[in-house]
Design a binder for this molecule. Structure first.
Ligand code: SF4
Length: 315
């Protein structure tokens, strides 16, 4: 990583504002509007009524260097992932449902989160990759404050399902360097049916606009490692359920034709997908190629370059 690089949160910390953001974020837990569900429950007292089933403490399932993420995050030494348990989405086909829907993991204090961040830095990771952070932003900020004071210097990756509250995102302005949102659906009814959320496309598109306003297009160092910017993930679902055409049009026309996009081919039926055709099958090579072509036709040229999976060779 470039020697001149400084993560955004250092400036915020020097000004004293990072501490203020922590306090402000914890206030939002009291009638919770941390994510776009806006449940309005007091998570400082209990997790009762919280759609994310998370109370005052975050739950973490694991943390480790990860080499399966996009190459600008992985670089040579890996992306420092912290997997948060529970989720504000209810994707009926989730590949990590034991973590996201069954809550496997351990409750942690901010001090524990800070220790994880610092450990990942010592291990040589290029970034701290916060996986499913939307419902635990206050806890992340509290952990970050402790970690910064102990020497954290890596950029933060906000790796989200994309159902984020705009006001919460504004609290992350100057904190997060790399936003990595999913854009899962372009159709409200699909989002309701398959992820049990209302109004996903409007919430998601407003969130992606705010993220891009804060950090711009993805910028990498001389080794191709991401420093700052927006990286969008779009998982192709069978029979065009993910609304690829509308999503790539939105990115090209309303965000930037230089948006870095990962068109993801790895859908496989998990959790309840076997009972929800057409989600009960993988995508075909034709469906994937068609989605990539839609992105190119829309004018997007920065597509993640990983090879399509080998699954097709065995079909
Ligand atoms: S974080 Fe989201 S899902 Fe969880 S209680 Fe708050 S508003 Fe509800």
């Amino acid at each position: 990583m470039s020697k001149q690089f400084e993560p955004a949160y250092l400036k915020l910390h020097r000004s004293g504002e990072l501490r203020g953001r922590v306090a402000e974020a914890y206030r939002r837990l009291e009638r919770c509007t941390v994510c776009a569900r806006e449940c309005g429950v007091n998570r400082r007292e209990s997790a009762k009524g919280a759609a994310c089933r998370t109370g005052e403490r975050a739950v973490v399932s694991s943390y480790a260097p990860h080499f399966g993420e996009e190459s600008p995050l992985v670089g040579r030494d890996g992306s420092g992932t912290i997997f948060f348990s529970w989720c504000n989405l209810r994707c009926q086909y989730c590949q990590n449902y034991e973590i996201s829907q069954l809550g496997h993991g351990q409750e942690v204090e901010p001090e524990n989160l800070a220790a994880m961040m610092l450990r990942l830095q010592v291990m040589g990771c290029h970034n701290i990759n916060l996986v499913s952070p939307s419902h635990v932003v206050p806890q992340i900020l509290a952990g970050l404050l402790i970690a910064v004071e102990a020497g954290l210097r890596l950029p933060l990756v906000y790796n989200t399902g994309g159902y984020d509250n705009l006001e919460t995102l504004k609290m992350l302005d100057g904190v997060v360097d790399i936003y990595m949102p999913d854009m899962k659906y372009a159709d409200e009814a699909m989002a309701q049916r398959y992820s049990k959320v209302k109004n996903y496309p409007a919430v998601n598109q407003a969130a992606v606009k705010e993220m891009h306003r804060q950090v711009g297009d993805l910028v990498m160092d001389e080794h191709g490692v991401a420093l700052r910017g927006l990286l969008v993930r779009h998982l192709i679902l069978p029979e065009g359920l993910a609304g690829t055409r509308e999503i790539v049009r939105f990115l090209a026309e309303e965000i930037s034709p230089n948006t870095y996009l990962n068109v993801m081919d790895q859908y496989r039926p998990c959790y309840k997908a076997d009972d929800l055709p057409p989600l009960d099958r993988r995508i075909t090579r034709e469906e994937y190629n068609e989605a990539v072509q839609m992105a190119l036709d829309a004018g997007l040229t920065r597509l993640d370059k990983r090879e399509p999976r080998l699954i097709w060779l065995f079909r």
